[in-house]
Design a protein around this ligand. Sequence first.
Ligand code: KG4
Ligand code: ZN
Length: 339
Amino acid sequence: MNVLGIETSCDECSAAVVRDGREILSNVVATQIELHKPYAGVVPELASRLHTEWIAQVVQSALQKAELTSADVDAVAVTNRPGLLGSLLVGLNFAKGYAATLDVPFITIDHIRAHLFASQVEKPLEYPYLGLLVSGGHTVICRVDGYDQIEVLGTTIDDAIGEAFDKVAKHYDLGYPGGVVIDRLSKNGNPQAFLFPGSALNKEGHPYDISYSGLKTAVINQLDKFWDGESEKSPENIAASFQRTAIGMLMRRVRLALEDTGLKRISAGGGVAANSLLRSELSALEKSGYEVSFPSLKLCTDNGAMIAALAYSYLHDGYRSDFSESASARVSAFKKSYL
Ligand code: KG4
Ligand code: ZN
């Protein structure tokens, strides 16, 4: 089954064709990064306008790269939650029209679940496993018992991890997008130049919850307080020290969750899963006997292939969406509960 997956929830305009949930025939990502760069952040109105201009061409190019025509598309899947409402609506309405014209099944997909599923395309793990979703909008540690069966164990109580990377980069004018720049600068920095505090584990029944606002404030407003007194106060040293602390806080909770749940497998997804320090820390868990899976870099950040791949599982199990379905900017389910 060839599933066309469309993703326009933020600033990437993407379409992909995935066969039977596993074989990525094409994955076209038209990034708007250069167009949002002057503003050091995504401008929602600009994002939706660009999606409107680009979407038809991006879908066409995904079909061409897959060496298919629209007649070969067996189903259309699209992200409809969460994200920027105007951007979501562009993809959603295009997908509805496309599916209606072709008279093929149509299904809407949750962007967060798709990030959590992305690693399974390339390196599937047996269920259950610990899921780690780290992106610009979310930080979630969860127990995954099936593609649609996710129990949230911990979340951020304020900023998402990617948001913290982006805000620190913006404050110090390091470049855009922040996460990528901090990762790159860190390679030439001293991670001990500033000993920023990581948030303490919350012992009141929420041990896997995390907070990034304190770290963000320390890095932005209290640099001198945590300085080692001799290292240069350079962008590289700030970046490396921040990154060490941000990833360290996350890994502490991941290790605790692995111990407490007894899970032996772990999968990560989302834009921050592209971070080189996080990837090496996760890979290091393999030495302790854990099976680890994270997506290749292109499947970490927003892309249509993860949408099409997850959609295949739903379609295979008989799920379909109605054309009356709309988009929503937020999902309340990413609090403590079964998703
Ligand atoms: O998953 P994604 O593309 O969009 C959301 O759903 O949010 O994630 C984007 C986030 C941004 O905050 C970006 O700075 C971060 O992922 N990011 C990184 C890296 N690459 C992207 N953060 C740290 N290290 C990276 N290498
Ligand atoms: Zn995303």
